[in-house]
Design a protein around this ligand. Structure first.
Ligand SMILES: C[S@@+](CC[C@H](N)C(=O)[O-])C[C@H]1O[C@@H](n2cnc3c(N)ncnc32)[C@H](O)[C@@H]1O
Length: 252
């Protein structure tokens, strides 16, 4: 029974890729229910250390950031900021469009776009997308009334520690959730040296806050392991293996 937290919701259709959030062929979208489950497991681990304040969330292989945008709508009260990076400029352009939907002007631009499509083509799917967008707008108003979620998007090779540190600063991420390349739909790019997963974990070390959790989703062919981390949780959904790691503290 791998799902401990993420109940199926009646309005999950509001989050479907291509409806309000943007998706593109060749950019595999991460399932909403799964990313919600991972996020809640990360928060539970942090809570065991008494860490309960809203988190700085980072994904170093963000793709279209569809999953980060949906997480913000689902769990925005528990997210202080979102940072997203990827090596691929096309993915980043999509990520910027999706994360723009976390601001009222951005969502309103999307609503105008959908209204135009509905007026031009009159498809039921456009009408449904407008209905979803109206519900998301209500949710966003509720969220942003408290505070806006700070967003940053930048290009980086996830294995390039200097670049990631320069972009984010030291001790800047509380939770990292990343769906790494699978060598099927997407392959590791950039400096294709040894064990990119180990090098990504090494690159992340300086930017993690004490008590941080790093969740890595991958296929079964890759195992995230690094001597400076210990495994805190692990589960599998379909073909995806999810491993939650915590940096080893000197007192561990
Ligand atoms: C499985 S996809 C992530 C999909 C994402 N979860 C989504 O919902 O769109 C893996 C991503 O890793 C990126 N990638 C590949 N090599 C990378 C590297 N060295 N550094 C950073 N990102 C990389 C790819 O461009 C791709 O967007």
């Amino acid at each position: 029974m791998p799902y401990l937290f993420a109940a199926e919701r009646r309005n999950d259709a509001d989050y479907a890729g291509g409806r309000v959030f943007y998706s593109l062929p060749g950019h595999p979208a991460f399932p909403v229910r799964l990313v919600s489950e991972i996020f809640q497991r990360c928060l539970t681990l942090r809570a065991t250390n008494g860490l309960t304040t809203p988190v700085a969330l980072y994904d170093p292989c963000c793709g279209g950031a569809y999953h980060l945008a949906t997480l913000a709508y689902l769990h925005g009260e528990r997210i202080a900021s979102i940072a997203a990076s990827d090596i691929d400029t096309e993915a980043l352009a999509l990520a910027r469009r999706n994360l723009d939907l976390l601001t009222l002007p951005g969502l309103d631009r999307r609503i105008t776009e959908l209204e135009r499509l509905w007026a031009d083509y009159g498809k039921r799917s456009h009408e449904e997308a407008l209905e979803s967008a109206a519900r998301l707008r209500e949710r966003l108003l509720d969220l942003t009334e408290r505070r806006a979620i700070a967003v940053s998007v930048f290009q980086a090779d996830a294995t390039d520690g200097e670049r990631v540190l320069a972009a984010l600063g030291a001790r800047s991420a509380d939770v990292v959730i990343t769906d790494v390349p699978y060598n099927r739909l997407s392959a590791w790019q950039g400096d294709a040296g040894f064990d990119p997963l180990w090098r990504m974990l090494e690159a992340l070390r300086p930017i993690l806050t004490p008590g941080a959790v790093v969740a890595v989703a991958s296929d079964k062919g890759q195992t995230p392991a690094h001597e400076a981390y210990r495994r805190a949780d692990r589960f599998q959904i379909g073909k995806r293996r999810i491993v939650l790691l915590r940096p080893v503290l000197s007192t561990d």
